[in-house]
Design a protein around this ligand. Structure first.
Ligand code: SF4
Length: 158
């Protein structure tokens, strides 16, 4: 799992980039070697879940703070589709403080997610808590790229 500091400091991108580069170079299915197991562990630590819009709104409504900012992996593909994530609680506060997100209300977040409805919603754990909801872009997403290689990391939230 990554920490809030890795998000605000930008080092989260290094981890994503390493995993994406690895997926680019290996066969499918992923070999059962130490490197693959390490990447798998790193991905699983985020405990990513696919959410329905209603489930996402449940998280948003119960958050103490909400912020919206560029999805963290877009920095690796600057010319790519612009999408933003919804950050919650302490991650929201710190991303705003770092100038990487802006404060938002429940309604703004709802409207934003509605506009992003063609992107599958994924929630990830950061610093021990599910605090990042991303309308994911499968071609650039570490989770979807892992799935494509046979690493099944995305579960639907019950
Ligand atoms: S698209 Fe995937 S890797 Fe990129 S920020 Fe969203 S959830 Fe993370």
């Amino acid at each position: 799992m990554a920490t809030i500091e890795e998000y605000t400091g930008g080092t989260i991108q290094k981890g994503i980039q390493k995993a994406l580069m690895y997926f680019d170079t290996i066969s499918s299915p992923v070999p059962d070697d130490e490197k693959s197991r390490h990447i798998r562990q790193k991905i699983d630590a985020f405990e990513p879940f696919l959410l329905t819009p209603d489930q996402a709104m449940g998280y948003i409504r119960s958050a103490r703070s909400i912020a919206i900012g560029e999805r963290v992996c877009r920095a690796l593909n600057p010319g790519s589709l612009f999408t933003e994530s919804v950050f919650l609680d302490d991650l929201a506060i710190e991303m705003v403080r770092a100038g990487k997100a802006r404060n938002a209300g429940v309604e703004e977040a709802r409207i934003y997610l509605e506009k992003s409805s063609k992107h599958p919603l994924i929630i990830s754990k950061v610093s021990g808590k599910h605090q990042e909801i991303c309308p994911s872009v499968p071609s650039e997403c570490v989770y979807w790229r892992a799935e494509k290689k046979g690493i099944h990391c995305l579960k639907r939230k019950a």
